[in-house]
Design a protein around this ligand. Structure first.
Ligand code: GLU
Length: 899
C-alpha cells in the first residue's frame, strides 16, 4: 500500500510539472539551462549520472567516477548500436543528465524525460484548413531511464517515473527500500539490495572477532536503511556475540563541526576501533578529514559499503586514515572494452562538450580557457594531447553495472521488437508507441550474460547478493584497494592478502567495548545496564577472590586470595619468634637481668652474714630477688611460641612474679611503717615484725594470687588460639581475653599501689642505708612505668601485635630492673666496694645497727623502742665508720648522698 506521503509527492510533482510545461519553469524554477548529453536514435533512453558531487547549495565538484559511468552508457549504446544481432535496424539514442547526487536537483532534471510524454498530442483531433493533417514532429519520448546512482536520488526519481510509466534500471542504487514493488513498481536494478551487503558486513565483523562496533550512516534511505539492516541482522543472530554502539547518522547538511563531534563520539568508546559505515563517498571523505584533524589517523578500522567501494575520492590525501579499511563492491568483471574506449577519448571525440572538457581539466589539472590561467591556482593550459591511460586511470567499480543496465533495456527491446513487429527487423509502428508497462514486463524477464554475471531480475527487481571484498593497503609508497575475498551467501576471506598496515603488526586489530578485567589484580566486571558487551572493571575487596569474572566472594577467616585471585589460600600463622627484631632486645635484657639477679643472689649468699646483708632483712630480700628473677623469666613466657604449656606458664608467671616482688616489698615497707608509727606512740614493739611473721605475711599475700591463678586455670584452661586482627593476619596467641588479663594483674597493681603508699610514708627513714628512700624511688618509677604502659598498650592494640608484646616485656623488665637497681645495687656496692662500711659497729653504733636491722626485718636483739624512734627521727646512719657526732649531725638527705 502506498504511503500517504506518496499522494503529496504526486500532487507536488504535477504542480511542478505544470509550471515547467508552461514554460515558466525554464526561467524561474529551473534557473540553470539543462546540461545534458544527447545522442540521436530511433528510441531514446534516459540516463542519470552523478557527474558532479552534491555541493553545499547545488552541484559540487566534478565527480570523475560519475563521469566514467556516463561514458560507460555511451560506450554500451555504441556497442549495442554496432551489434548486428542485438536490435538490428534500431538505433538507441540517449538523453543523459547530471543528478549532482542531489535528490531535488535530480528531480528537476527528470522533468526532461517526462516532457515528451506530457506534450504528446493526438494529431487526429486536428485538421489543417486545407484538410491536410498538421505537420508536427512530437518530441521523442524517453522509453526508460538508466540510473540513478544514489538510492535517495533513485527513490525520488522513481516516484515521478512511475507516474509516467517509464521503467527505470539502476546500476548502483542498493537501498532495500527500492525492493518494495508496491511503491517502486517501475524500478529495477542490476545490483543486489543492501540486505545482502549488511549480511556480508556482519560476516566480516564476525570473522575479525570483533565484539563491539560503531556504526555510521549517511542520512537517507541508503545509509539509514543499510545500517538498520546490519543492526537487525546483528540483533537476530545470537551466535555472533556482537554488540553495537548507538548508530550515528550524518545529516545532509553536516558541516566540519559535526564531523569533529562525530569523531569525538566514536573515540569515546576507546577500544571500539571497528566502524561499520553505510555512507556516501563525500561523507566518508569529510569523516576521514575529521579523524585526521583529531590526530587519530591509525585508530579506526573501517568497514565501508559499496558507495565507498574502491573509489579514490574518499581517501585521496588521507590515505593513512583509511589504511586497513575493508570495503565491498557488488561482484563484477571489469569491462576491458570500456578501458579501451575510455582511454581513447580526447577533447575532440568526447561525447559531451561541456562535461568532457571539465573532466579533462580535473584529470590533468589544466584549463582550456586561457583567461583562467591567471589566478591563484596558476593552472597550465590543456593541450588536448594529454593521455587518459597515463593519468593513473582505473575503471570505476560500477562501470559493468552501467553497461548491464543499458544492455537489459536492449535485450528487453530486442524481445519486444521480435514480439511486436511480426518478424520484421527495425522499427515498426507498435514499437514507436512503446507502452511503459509492456516494456517493464519485458525487462523483468530478460536474462543475458552481462559483465557482472548473468543478468536476471528476481520478483523484487533485484539481483542476488554477490560481493568482492577489498582492503585499502599500502604498497611501497602507494596505496591501493587489494582484493581480499568474496561474499556470496558466505564469506570467503583470503587471509594471506589481509594486511593491517605497519603500525598494526600484532594481528587483527580488536574492537571491543571494554578490555577484559585483570583477574589477577582482583578486578571484576561490572556490567553496564545499557549494553551487555560493555563493562567497567571494579576491584574486589582485598580479602575476596573471583568466583567468575563477574563475582567476588569473601575468603573464609584465616584465608586470603591466592596469586591469581581464583581461590583462597591459608594465611601463614604468625607469632613472635626468638629471632624477631621485636624479641631479641627484651630477651637480651631479660638474660642480662637474670644474670644480674643471680649475681646479687650469689653475693647475698656469699656475704650472708655480713652486717649489711644481715641488716637488710635477708628472708624478704631473697623472696624479692626470687620475684625479680621470676619477672625476668616471665618475659620468656611472653616471647615463646604460644602452646598450652607456655600459655599456662605465662598466666601463672606474669601475675605471680610481680605479686612475689611486691608482696615482699609491701611486707617490708609496711613493717617499717608500723614500727615507725608505733615507736611514736609507745615503746612497745608492734606485732608481726619478726622474720617469721614477715614470711608468713608475704606468702599469705602471694597465695592470694596463686589461688586466683589456679582458679583461672581451672575455669578457663590455657590454650593457644588463632586471632585475626586484620583480614590478612593470623596470629597465634594464648587464648586470653583482655579482661581476664587485666584481672590477673589487678592484684599485682593493688600491691604496687600499696607498696608505693608505704614507701612514700617511710621515704625519710634512715634505717639500713636509707633503704626506704630507694624503695620509694623504685616504687615511683614502677608506678610511672605501669601508668605509662597501660595507655600505650591499649593505643598500640590496633597496630602490630609484636609491638604490644615487646612493650609488655619491657614493662616487666623495667619494673624488675628498677627494683633490683634501687634496692640491691647500694647494698652490693657496700659489700663489694665499701667493705669498711660493712663492719659490726660498736657502742651506740652497735645499738643503731641493731635498730636498723630490725627495720629491715631481721631483728637480732630487742632494741629500746624509744631510742630507735629517737634515732630514726635524727636520721642517723648506723653502720658507718663516722663518729657518733658525725652521725647525729647529718640529715637523711645528706646520708643518702653518701652512696
Ligand atoms: N549503493 C549506493 C546507493 O544506493 C550508491 C553507490 C554508488 O553510487 O557507487 O546509494
Amino acid at each position: 500500500m502506498a504511503r500517504p506521503v506518496m499522494g503529496v509527492y504526486q500532487e507536488l510533482l504535477m504542480v511542478l510539472f505544470t509550471i515547467y510545461n508552461l514554460g515558466i519553469g525554464r526561467h524561474t524554477v529551473v534557473s540553470m539551462p539543462v546540461e545534458s548529453v544527447r545522442i540521436d536514435g530511433n528510441i531514446i533512453l534516459g540516463g542519470l549520472f552523478p557527474v558532479h558531487e552534491n555541493g553545499i547549495n547545488g552541484c559540487g565538484t566534478f565527480d570523475l567516477g560519475g563521469y566514467q559511468r556516463l561514458e560507460a552508457m555511451v560506450y554500451a549504446l555504441e556497442k549495442i548500436n554496432n551489434d548486428q544481432e542485438l536490435l538490428p535496424g534500431i538505433n538507441i539514442g540517449a538523453l543523459i543528465l547530471d543528478t549532482c547526487s542531489r535528490e531535488t536537483y535530480a528531480l528537476e532534471q527528470t522533468m526532461e524525460f517526462v516532457t515528451s510524454t506530457m506534450t504528446r498530442i493526438d494529431l487526429n483531433a486536428f485538421t489543417c484548413p486545407n484538410g491536410s493533417t498538421p505537420d508536427y514532429e512530437p518530441p521523442q519520448p524517453t522509453i526508460g531511464v538508466v540510473g540513478a546512482a544514489g538510492s535517495p536520488v533513485s527513490t525520488m526519481v522513481a516516484n515521478i517515473l512511475r507516474l509516467f510509466k517509464i521503467p527505470q534500471v539502476s546500476y548502483a542504487s542498493t537501498s532495500p527500500e527500492l525492493s518494495d514493488k508496491s511503491r517502486y513498481d517501475y524500478f529495477l536494478r542490476v545490483v543486489p539490495p543492501d540486505t545482502y551487503q549488511a549480511q556480508a558486513m556482519l560476516d566480516i565483523v564476525t570473522a575479525l572477532g570483533w565484539k563491539y562496533v560503531s556504526t555510521v550512516a549517511s542520512a537517507g534511505n541508503y545509509g539509514e536503511d543499510g545500517i538498520s539492516a546490519f543492526r537487525n541482522l546483528t540483533r537476530f543472530s545470537n551466535d555472533t556475540g556482537l554488540c553495537l554502539a548507538p548508530s550515528e547518522v550524518i545529516p545532509r547538511d553536516a558541516n566540519k563541526e559535526f564531523f569533529d563531534k562525530l569523531v569525538v563520539y566514536l573515540l569515546n568508546t576507546e577500544h571500539a576501533r571497528g566502524v561499520v559505515t553505510f555512507a556516501s563517498e563525500t561523507d566518508m571523505r569529510s569523516l576521514f578529514a575529521a579523524v585526521r584533524r583529531a590526530n587519530r589517523s591509525d585508530h579506526f578500522i573501517w568497514i565501508g559499503s559499496d558507495d565507498w567501494g574502491t573509489k579514490p575520492n574518499p581517501v585521496e590525501g588521507q590515505e593513512t586514515v583509511a589504511e586497513g579499511a575493508i570495503t565491498l563492491l557488488p561482484a563484477r568483471i571489469p569491462d576491458k572494452g570500456f578501458d579501451e574506449y575510455f582511454t581513447s577519448l580526447t577533447p575532440s571525440n568526447g561525447s559531451s562538450e561541456v562535461w568532457f572538457r571539465e573532466f579533462w581539466e580535473r584529470t590533468f589539472h589544466c584549463v582550456f580557457d586561457e583567461t583562467k590561467i591567471e589566478g591563484p591556482n596558476k593552472n597550465k593550459l590543456c593541450t588536448g594531447l594529454e593521455s587518459i591511460s597515463a593519468a593513473k586511470y582505473e575503471q570505476e567499480g560500477k562501470i559493468s553495472f552501467v553497461t548491464d543496465a543499458v544492455y537489459s533495456f536492449a535485450h528487453a527491446l530486442h524481445t519486444m521488437q521480435a514480439d511486436l513487429c511480426n518478424g520484421t527487423s527495425g522499427l515498426c509502428q507498435e514499437l514507436l508507441r512503446i507502452d511503459g508497462k509492456q516494456l517493464l514486463d519485458y525487462l523483468k524477464n530478460v536474462s543475458f550474460q552481462g559483465s557482472s554475471g548473468t543478468v536476471r531480475f528476481n520478483k523484487d527487481g533485484d539481483r542476488p547478493g554477490s560481493y568482492q571484498l577489498y582492503q585499502y593497503q599500502r604498497r611501497g609508497s602507494e596505496y591501493r584497494y587489494e582484493p581480499i575475498g568474496t561474499w556470496q551467501d558466505k564469506l570467503r576471506l583470503n587471509w594471506s592478502h589481509v594486511n593491517w598496515g605497519d603500525s598494526r603488526t600484532d594481528g587483527i586489530p580488536m574492537s571491543v567495548c571494554a578490555l577484559p578485567c585483570d583477574i589477577s589484580k582482583g578486578l571484576k566486571r561490572q556490567k553496564s545496564p545499557a549494553d551487555e558487551c560493555c563493562w567497567v572493571c571494579s576491584s574486589c575487596e582485598p580479602y575476596q577472590y573471583l568466583v567468575n569474572e563477574w563475582e567476588c566472594k569473601n575468603c573464609t577467616e584465616g584465608e586470603r586470595p591466592d596469586k591469581n585471585r581464583t581461590g583462597c589460600q591459608e594465611i601463614p600463622v604468625e607469632y613472635l619468634t626468638w629471632d624477631s627484631p621485636w624479641a631479641v632486645p627484651p630477651t637480651l635484657l631479660a638474660v642480662i637481668g637474670i644474670a644480674c639477679t643471680t649475681f646479687v643472689i650469689a653475693v647475698f649468699v656469699r656475704y650472708n652474714n655480713t652486717p649489711v646483708i644481715r641488716a637488710s632483712g635477708r628472708e624478704l630480700c631473697y623472696v624479692l630477688l626470687f620475684g625479680i628473677l621470676a619477672t625476668y623469666f616471665a618475659v620468656f613466657t611472653l616471647i615463646a611460641k604460644p602452646t598450652t604449656l607456655t600459655c599456662c606458664l605465662r598466666r601463672i608467671m606474669l601475675g605471680l612474679s610481680v605479686v612475689i616482688s611486691y608482696s615482699a616489698l609491701y611486707t617490708k615497707t609496711n613493717r617499717v611503717y608500723r614500727i615507725f608509727n608505733s615507736g611514736k606512740r609507745s615503746v612497745r614493739r608492734p606485732k608481726y615484725t619478726s622474720p617469721k611473721s614477715q614470711m608468713v605475711i608475704c606468702f599469705g599475700l602471694v597465695s592470694v594470687q596463686l589461688v586466683a591463678a589456679a582458679l583461672w586455670l581451672a575455669i578457663d584452661p590455657p590454650r593457644p588460639a588463632k586471632t585475626f586482627p586484620f583480614w590478612y593476619q593470623v596470629i597465634l596467641e594464648c587464648a586470653v581475653t583482655d579482661m581476664s588479663l587485666v584481672l590477673s594483674l589487678v592484684y599485682a597493681m593493688v600491691l604496687i599501689v600499696m607498696c608505693t603508699l608505704y614507701a612514700f610514708k617511710t621515704r625519710k627513714m634512715p634505717e639500713n642505708f636509707n633503704e626506704a628512700k630507694f624503695i620509694a624511688f623504685a616504687m615511683y618509677t614502677t608506678c610511672v612505668v605501669w601508668i605509662a604502659f597501660i595507655p600505650i598498650y591499649i593505643g598500640t592494640s590496633s597496630t602490630d601485635y609484636k609491638i604490644q608484646q615487646t612493650l609488655l616485656c619491657l614493662c616487666f623488665i623495667v619494673s624488675a630492673t628498677v627494683t633490683l637497681g634501687c634496692i640491691f645495687v647500694p647494698k652490693i656496692y657496700i659489700v663489694l666496694f665499701a667493705p669498711q662500711k660493712n663492719k659490726k659497729p660498736s657502742g651506740t653504733m652497735m645499738m643503731n645497727s641493731r635498730m636498723m636491722r630490725s627495720t629491715c626485718g631481721s631483728i637480732e636483739g630487742k632494741p629500746n623502742g624509744e631510742m630507735k624512734a629517737q634515732n630514726l627521727n635524727a636520721g642517723a646512719t648506723p653502720v658507718s665508720n663516722t663518729t657518733s657526732s658525725d652521725f647525729e649531725s647529718r640529715t637523711p638527705e645528706e646520708e643518702a648522698t653518701r652512696f
